[in-house]
Design a protein around this ligand. Structure first.
Ligand code: ADP
Length: 227
């Protein structure tokens, strides 16, 4: 059984330094995402949503503040440990699918599993399960270039979930899709979370999407408010 708190951020501060001076982006962000909870991260462009997702996903370090994943402190983790945490416990979906162009849909879902040592047989079995749940079995052997935008993004979701992560982080996952395709992806994500019980923090401008999730938080002036 996974711990009750999948992600906990405490008083996260992050500034970017440049020749023009220092830009304070996050100024004391605190957030807890519980097991199985899906949270929408709202806020206009440039408010720091991607910065927050990168920190939550151990891709970047805060200046100060504490971060816990599955109840364990990650604040002082080495780069090797952070990579291991990412591979095993965190799935990422971006606005653009970033699938490997020379690999088929199936192979794209198998790859992250092979990176953590899962056997080919087991990895393929899990990939087929995800393809089935996303209605993409007939597309399994297609290259990404032969898939529609919605299909590419659903494969990106399947790839993010390949290692049964505890936490899914998504940055504008429907930003590149038309309304109907976006709605289908949202429904898929919500259904998948009920099956696999992952938590999610999803940055979005899509209000319909935000209202399908359990909770909404808004990033404003460097801190989070309930929305
Ligand atoms: P959002 O995802 O809400 O659009 P971002 O986190 O991408 O916001 O960016 C927040 C602010 O930080 C923006 O003003 C952006 O220009 C700045 N920023 C983001 N990344 C960097 C970086 N690596 N170096 C300097 N400034 C950055």
């Amino acid at each position: 059984m996974r711990p009750e708190e999948t992600l906990k951020l405490e008083k996260i501060y992050k500034s970017y330094k440049s020749a023009q001076g220092s830009l304070a982006v996050l100024q004391g962000v605190s957030l807890t995402v519980s097991r199985g909870e899906m949270v929408a991260l709202l806020g206009p462009s440039g408010t720091g949503k991607s910065t927050l997702l990168h920190i939550a996903g151990l891709l970047d370090q805060p200046d100060t503040g504490a971060l816990y994943l599955l109840g364990e402190s990650c604040s002082r983790a080495t780069d090797t440990m952070r990579t291991q945490w990412r591979r095993h416990h965190i799935g990422f979906v971006y606005q653009f699918h970033h699938l490997m162009p020379e690999l088929t849909a199936l192979e794209n879902i198998v790859l992250p599993q092979r990176l953590v040592g899962t056997s080919v047989k087991e990895a393929e079995a899990r990939a087929w399960t995800l393809l089935e749940q996303l209605g993409l079995v007939p597309r399994a052997h297609h290259l990404p270039s032969a898939l529609s935008g919605g299909e590419q993004q659903r494969i990106a979701v399947a790839r993010a979930l390949a290692n049964t992560p505890a936490l899914l982080l998504a940055d504008e996952p429907t930003g590149n899709l038309d309304g109907k395709t976006a709605q289908a992806l949202i429904q898929d994500l919500v259904t998948l979370s009920k099956t696999w019980h992952f938590s999610a923090l999803i940055a979005t401008h899509n209000i319909e999407f935000a209202h399908c999730l359990d909770r909404r938080v808004q990033l404003q002036n460097g801190v989070l408010h309930n929305a």
